[in-house]
Design a protein around this ligand. Structure first.
Ligand code: MN
Length: 428
């Protein structure tokens, strides 16, 4: 077994049982110790961040033979592009340094002061330079719900849906980090029964509960990735809030799919959880009927058991409302199938590409991953503590998504992606 995921492992850094960041997780991120210092690579452990630039400088990662300065870079991309075995060697060394029975770092007070920083004292940055962002639509429950609302029960799933992972090419430039303010977009919408559109701030602002994975290595243009090799190109995963303006979407989306309804903001969580850390939470993916085309049939079809929650809190309130409890395992199309389908034409991937799952809705009402579904197109509003009714999101609302895998006595989690909606800007 991979010694870094041993459930018995303990760190000398105190980690609460409900922390997302025990020694079995060790997610990678980019941070600055102080606002004046350059961003660099860190690993999260409990309430601390281990500064890997300092650890590499001290020679403590020498046996991994890393290129000089690779952990002092402002994005993870060069590290992600290393051979998997080399990345694993770094994970093993970091795990070793943090173990409770290992004195090297634990007993070096000076090094600990420089390398082990309180997480609430550092500034997090975008972990990866994301060159392209693709968003899929891989939840059968979500696609069915949306289909029923817009086309009726008989035609809920489009004829293609069970045969390929439907997706669209998203916008990488507006991907931001948890904590960033999300400004309500302007756009064209059309009122029911109106013949011409109107223009103004979106009135149906929504979230989409998603997860995404980051592509580790580029693939050559012209060469599809086999579905059975695809896992080797996945570095790790993050939480995604794929913000959506439903009124803009409804008017613009035919025939080429979403454009302005989705391009104003996408938010991700700052810590990238590696596939090594998720391995103990692997499970079988849903059976596919009909069997898809050969290029989408996996020898080892699997997904991961990741609990997901969404909370909404109104401005000025101290308490929020949990509006969704879902799980990544519900998704019909796997990450490997998404990658295989994406590249089957010969489309090349770049290191750092982000591929989103699509809204992750479960089978029950409490597990729907968007306000569109939770309030059934606004017909069944929810009531926030102290904040009134919501059909969609108001200015000042804070949306928090969180996700974690439950181990025996520990959790491997993603932290959160938490953003507040700011009013639409005045147009000049
Ligand atoms: Mn989406």
């Amino acid at each position: 077994m991979d010694p870094t995921i041993d459930p018995q492992l303990k760190s000398f850094v105190a980690v609460a049982a409900d922390s997302h960041f025990p020694i079995q997780n060790l997610p990678f991120g980019i941070f600055s110790p102080t606002p004046r210092e350059d961003p660099r690579v860190g690993v999260r452990i409990g309430d601390f961040v281990l500064d890997l630039a300092v650890i590499q400088d001290c020679g403590l990662l020498d046996s991994a033979n890393l290129p000089a300065g690779i952990l002092s870079f402002r994005f993870l991309n060069p590290f992600m592009e290393l051979p998997k075995q080399q990345r694993r060697a770094v994970r093993l060394l970091v795990s070793g340094l943090l173990r409770e029975d290992e004195p090297t770092l634990q007993e070096d007070e000076n090094l600990k002061l420089r390398a082990l920083l309180p997480a609430d004292s550092v500034t997090m940055h975008m972990p990866v330079a994301i060159r392209d962002y693709t968003d899929f639509y891989s939840s059968k429950e979500h696609a069915t719900n949306v289909g029923i609302m817009f086309r009726g029960k008989e035609n809920a799933l489009m004829p293609n849906w069970l045969h390929l992972p439907v997706g669209y090419h998203g916008r990488a430039s507006s991907i931001g980090l948890s904590g960033e303010e999300v400004v309500r977009p302007h756009g064209q919408t059309i009122a029911p029964d109106a013949e011409v559109p109107s223009f103004g701030p979106s009135r149906l602002m929504d979230f989409e509960l998603e997860m995404g994975f980051l592509v580790s290595n580029a693939t050559p243009k012209g060469d599809p990735l086999s579905v059975d090799d695809a896992d080797d190109y996945i570095f790790g995963m993050v939480l995604i809030n794929d913000w959506s303006a439903r009124d803009i979407q409804k008017w613009e989306y035919q025939p080429l799919g979403p454009f302005n309804a989705k391009n104003f903001a996408t938010s991700i969580s700052p810590w990238v959880v590696t596939m090594d850390a998720l391995e103990p939470f692997r499970k079988e993916a849903p059976v596919q009927e009909p069997t898809p085309q050969d290029y989408l049939v996996e020898k080892d079809r699997h997904t991961f058991d990741i609990n997901l929650e969404v909370h909404i809190q109104a401005e000025g309130q101290s308490e929020g409302l949990c509006v969704c409890e879902s799980n990544f395992k519900h998704l019909y199309w796997t990450m490997a199938q998404q990658l295989a389908h994406h590249t089957i034409t010969g489309c090349n991937m770049s290191s750092g590409d982000l591929l989103g799952s699509g809204t992750i809705s479960g089978p029950d009402k409490g597990s729907f991953g968007s306000m569109l579904e939770i309030t059934w197109k606004g017909t069944e509003p929810v009531t926030l503590p102290g904040g009134g009714e919501r059909k969609f999101l108001d200015d000042g609302d804070t949306v928090t998504m969180t996700g974690w895998c439950q181990g025996a006595g520990y959790q491997v989690g993603f932290g959160e992606v938490r953003n507040t909606i700011a009013p639409a800007r005045d147009l000049k």
